[in-house]
Design a protein around this ligand. Sequence first.
Ligand code: ZN
Length: 562
Amino acid sequence: MRKCVSLWVAVCPLILCAGCAVGSPQGEADQFIQAHVAQVEPLARRANLAYWEAATTGQPEKFEEYAQLQLQIRRICSDPNDFARIEVLRESQNVRDPRLVRQVDKLYYSYLQNQIEPGLLSQIVALDTKVQEAYNNYRATIDGRKVTMSDIYTIFTTETDCGKREAAWRASKEVGNVIIEDFLALVRLRNEVARHLGFDNYHTMTVVTGEQSIDDLDAIFEELDRLTEAPFARLKGELDRILAKGYGISPDELMPWHYHDPFFQRTPLVYELDLDRYYKGRDVRELAEKYYASVGLPVDDILARSDLYDREGKYPHAFSHDIDRSGDVRILCNLQDTERWVETILHELGHAIYSKYHDPNEPWLLREPAHSFTTEAVAMLFGRLSRNAYWMREMLGLSDEQTAKIKAVSDRYLRFQQVLFVRWVLVMYHFEKALYADPNRDLNDLWWDLVERYQLLRRPPGPADAGWASKLHFTTAPCYYHNYMLGELLASQLHHYLVTSVLGLESDDGLSYVGDERVGLYLRENVLGPGARYRWDAMIARATGEPLTPRYFVEQFIDVSP
Ligand SMILES: [Zn+2]
């Protein structure tokens, strides 16, 4: 599922205030930005289109075109003289216009990441493309029969035969072993770049150039580990008893393939209620379209440009894609009438509206989300609704009795999902940090050490393989996963602010958001519209009256009572 990051393609800007005299630092900044954007904007648009065609068709020549365009953009951002000019502008303190300051900052980080020797840069782009292409085109097999990820998920949610489940689980990991050598070569190249630029490794570099700090992240994850350890053990014990009973085995015989997801990152649908049956036969696209229109954030234009259904050769997951920062936004999905895909389309459309509703008067460079995790937050705020009983009542026309029944169970799902997600992100965060610190260590064993510790799963017998590398994010969104967690924290913070301050309610009991345009209005004015006009921390403080905090996430989802 969550690939979600709209592809970082360019990062370079536009427009300017006519009042800045050329020759002054403001005028110089202004002029530099204009020239830069004039060069980069058309390339970025072409690259985004090429990527879209590559993902929707799987055609190798489109991947190649995308790689070439991306390389051209990176070459622009790798010019050492331009980088030196940006550094001078940034350090001079004489650029005072806040929009210019923000754009210069963004340029600084884009250029910094690209101060790479050209030969090394070409190698990285080529290898990155090769791995992505292999990933995109690989089809796993079960008993010699080719299967899609959708087939595998169907087995995970319906099959009771343990042997068939194990075969599907192993099939889902095959691609990891196919790409592992190229992937590790890519990790080493990424580290080489980071060291040239004065960072310990690529993980540190990514965090710092993303305007975040390792110490802050470590502190947040330590706190989340502490708060979720006992509640997770309790909930998983309960889950294991239910699962084991269903398979006719004892809880201590449960293996990773007995859970309903290749990485145990989603709540198995095992409680008394199966949410899928409420969505069966429903038009998932229509539900999403109707809902977003009802909160004042229409998406019909986005859906009209999107590619929504499963097809041979097509990218098997989902993402949202901003082609031009001027309204051409699209999503890719492989929709089915299940709860999982309702969540996914609501999620991807959350990213898409963030892009669509950027204030068109902001300069091009600032017409993107404040941070990748702030767009995740909006996507998650809406993605969560697929399991919200009141939302389901409004959207599916359910009776009060059905709603009450769903609520009792779906609250458990949501609580379990969130605590499970924290544990899963702890695995990803610590693994990737260790991977870039030392790519030569025994990573396959390390993976299972972390899975055992944080997710309480049992490692399969025999030598560990590189199945972990089948997690797409290691390749396409490196050192990014922590942002999903920060996104959840912010989604809860925005939800709390919407409930108490925008809608003036005591609690969210009975709240579905359906039909309330104040929701869209608040988000457009405070989050979507400003785009990257403010740094993420400033945006959050402006939009919610306080800094980013785990408080509302914990209040909403984690039962910390002993
Ligand atoms: Zn996402």
